[in-house]
Design a protein around this ligand. Structure first.
Ligand code: COA
Length: 321
């Protein structure tokens, strides 16, 4: 059995912040941001919590899947910006939905989070353990970016995306690759929980996102291309047979470089980074939902999903929609 997506949903916070808005508050410009990243605006949570966005996206996905919350057996929420350490965002989603029969687990793999959570769902389905699952990617990165650091704060946005999965005989997720390189963790880091106790003299941690942009850029183009090559090769699929490549929306130039490596046209690499910016673990499911609702994905289409980011982590999925 494979896990197949039968419903998607997404939500963005109400407040839109353009590059021009940022330029009024810091030394930057629309030209600098858009030419280097493809970002023109992002949505920033001013009232919405991480759990609320996750629940809104999940409700829409359940509605499309025509599934009742009580039917769910597992909820996986990928996030690095849950509202609390405990209860987890996954447990909050379970409670708000009334998904009383589902186990609820939060998963932290930064910008690879949604892809890793889908892989986890697929493993449970393959093992015959669960048949109806909900996977959510949600982030409120605006809580943890350093708004005094113009080289990082301009990159990120908030939002949530969700997918409902059901077990099917064929189609669905065919294969995935996933990797981590903790040795390079300092290239993209957010240490919000420093040692802090009676016995520590000088507690000090890096509470905000810090990133070596060029190092992360080099990592992303190499590893994403590699992981897509692997997942396609071992399923004997040519890049030209894939209808859509849905990549984590970190930077338009990263996506263009991967497209060039595969020798595929950019219209197979849809982007929403212009209006969403980098929403970390939420970017793949938000884009997936936008494409699904726009009728860009049809049953039988061969699709590749790729996530990459903090950890460092990266991975790709090959699925038949
Ligand atoms: N506005 C204007 N100038 C800025 C700026 C901003 N928002 N941020 C940085 N600069 C300046 C720097 O201070 C630097 O000035 P200097 O040359 O006088 O020192 C100059 O622009 C170049 O900075 P640099 O960091 O070398 O830029 P870059 O070309 O590497 O672009 C990124 C920076 C972040 C856009 C780019 O490295 C990138 O996209 N990396 C990948 C990041 C990513 O995708 N992360 C998430 C992965 S999940």
């Amino acid at each position: 059995m494979n896990a197949r997506i039968c419903g998607t949903g997404s939500i963005l916070p109400k407040k839109t912040v353009t590059n021009f808005d940022l330029a009024e508050r810091m030394e930057t410009s629309d030209e600098w941001i858009s030419s280097r990243t493809g970002i023109r605006e992002r949505h920033i949570a001013t009232t919405e919590t991480t759990a609320e966005m996750a629940v809104s996206a999940a409700r829409k996905a359940l509605e499309e899947a025509k599934m009742q919350p009580e039917e769910l057996e597992m909820i996986l929420v990928a996030t690095v910006t849950a509202d609390h350490i405990a209860p987890s965002a996954a447990c909050e989603v379970q409670a708000a939905l009334g998904a009383v029969n589902a186990v609820a687990i939060e998963l932290n793999a930064a910008c690879s989070g949604f892809v890793f959570a889908l892989n986890t769902a697929q493993a449970y389905v393959r093992a015959g353990i669960y048949k109806k699952l909900l996977v959510v990617g949600v982030e409120t990165l605006s809580k943890v970016v350093d708004w005094t650091d113009r080289s990082t704060c301009i990159l990120f946005g908030d939002g949530a995306g969700a997918a409902v999965l059901e077990a099917v005989e064929e189609d669905g997720i065919q294969d995935f690759v996933q990797h981590a390189d903790g040795g390079k963790g300092s290239a993209l880091l957010c240490d919000a929980r420093p040692l802090k106790n009676l016995f520590v003299d000088n507690p000090f941690g890096q509470e905000f996102v810090k990133m070596d942009g060029q190092e992360v850029f080099k990592f992303a183009v190499k590893r994403v291309a590699e992981s897509i090559d692997t997942v396609l090769d071992r399923n004997h699929i040519l890049p030209s047979q894939v209808s859509l490549y849905i990549l984590h929306q970190a930077n338009a130039r990263i996506i263009q470089t991967v497209a060039k490596h595969l020798g595929e046209d950019m219209d197979k690499f849809p982007m929403n980074i212009d209006h969403c910016a980098n929403t970390s673990g939420a970017s793949v499911p938000i884009l997936l939902d936008e494409l699904n609702r726009a009728g860009r994905i049809k049953r039988g289409d061969k699709i590749v999903l790729s996530g990459f980011g903090g950890g460092l982590t990266w991975g790709s999925i090959y699925m038949i929609w």
